[in-house]
Design a protein around this ligand. Structure first.
Ligand code: PLP
Length: 394
């Protein structure tokens, strides 16, 4: 029920509106919400089917719902996957995925720079359960190859990464892992399926924080994992135990947000590029990190594996000064964590992670006091540039 069998069109705008249609007997044009926790069977046979079929959408809400099945079909279609699984947050998706695919004695290879929760999962939680991890420089495919051990089961990547927008060569890493029978997991949150499809590059499993661009309005937490049906069913089995289920209303709200994903991301790509070009020439800015700029050290790789470069970028103030003071001077950018929604957000990276990452982890992630991360919304590019200009000149 989770992979879409219908491909009404190749254009992503059309697929975002129609890829999940026909999955539900309901004739309403807008999708219904199913808040029911449980579903009635009309016969003993039907009840047996409901209880024994994996991922039956009408059995018990922790197993799924017709609304979840529609969102999953749409997301599987977007990522070119056989199936997808919707969960309560990006971390529920990442944790369920990793815990489903490793056991005590296994080894995991991941990046030095990951989303903070993933860093903690791979770097310290797994260790408590007897799973060792090696963290490598994501920009060097040879480092992934060198880190593989005979008992390596999983290779976790994230590209572009947070907060320096560094890239991982997804095709190269997928090839290295596949030769050794190692499963690859890619966090595709920053790129979105509009800009990048890891599965088409050979990656096995894609994870998203749907809280960001997929939901797109800073009003819901959700996560998704997409991949081959057998893999997704293993992760689903683990998710039944961990219980990180997405509520019915959030699933519906995510579906509503997804309808405009391509429109939003295409605009955010263009706005972020304009903002990046502006910051690259600003005298108060020492460094700008955006894969869409020719000056990005991995711009050629970005062109090879991405169709657009996303709505997030970071920059460092000249002189290595403390960028925290810049934050309150911004008028259109809200000083807030998260990214990918319709409102522009800015955050001071070192303050954000001071309570959770050690000094060494911060240095490994490239976080220094001069660094600011911004996420552009749907505002007009010129207005955002003017706001940054006045704040930088203040
Ligand atoms: C936000 C984020 C996550 C975690 O997602 P939640 O929905 O907050 O649990 C994971 N990876 C990346 C890249 C993120 O930006």
């Amino acid at each position: 029920m989770t992979g879409s069998t219908r491909r009404p069109a190749n254009d992503v705008h059309t697929r975002l509106v129609h890829a999940d249609s026909g999955l539900d007997a309901d004739t309403s044009v807008a999708p219904p919400v199913y808040p029911s926790v449980t579903y009635r069977a009309d016969s003993a046979e039907q009840f047996r089917d409901m209880a024994t079929q994996a991922r039956h959408p009408r059995f018990y809400a922790r197993y799924g719902s017709p609304t979840h099945a529609r969102v999953e079909a749409l997301l599987a279609d977007l990522e070119g996957a056989e199936a997808a699984l919707l969960l309560a947050s990006g971390m529920a998706a990442m944790a369920s995925t990793v815990l489903a695919l490793v056991r005590s004695g296994d080894h995991v290879v991941a990046q030095r720079s990951h989303y903070m929760g993933t860093t903690q999962l791979v770097g310290s939680v797994l260790e408590r359960f007897g799973v060792a991890a090696t963290l490598v420089d994501q920009t060097d495919p040879a480092a992934f190859a060198a880190a593989l051990q005979p008992h390596t089961k999983l290779l976790v990547v994230e590209s572009p990464s947070n907060p320096l927008l560094r890239l991982t060569d997804l095709a190269a890493v997928a090839r290295i892992a596949r030769e050794r029978g190692v499963t690859t997991v890619a966090d595709n949150t920053f790129a979105t399926p509009i800009n990048q499809n890891p599965i088409a590059l050979g990656i096995d499993v894609v994870v998203h924080s749907a809280t960001k661009f997929l939901g797109g309005h800073h009003d819901l937490l959700a996560g998704v994992v997409a991949g081959r049906r057998a893999t997704i069913e293993r992760i689903w089995d683990m998710s039944l135990v961990l219980g990180g289920n997405l509520g019915a209303f959030e699933a519906w709200l995510l579906l509503r947000g997804l309808r405009t994903l391509a429109l939003r991301v295409e605009r955010q790509n263009a706005t972020a590029l304009a903002v990046a070009r502006f910051l690259a020439t600003h005298r108060a800015v020492a460094a700008i990190h955006y894969p869409g700029l020719a000056s990005h050290p991995q711009h050629a790789l970005a062109q090879a594996q991405m169709r657009g470069y996303g709505g997030v970028l970071s920059f460092a103030l000249r002189g290595g000064g403390d960028a925290a003071a810049l934050m309150p001077r911004l008028k259109l950018f809200a000083q807030a964590v998260s990214l990918g929604g319709i409102e522009a957000l800015a955050m001071h990276a070192a303050t954000t992670w001071a309570g959770t990452l050690t000094e060494a982890q911060m240095r490994a992630s490239g976080v220094d006091p001069a660094l600011v991360r911004i996420s552009v919304g749907l505002e007009e590019a010129g207005d955002l540039i003017a706001d940054l200009d006045q704040a930088l000149s203040g």
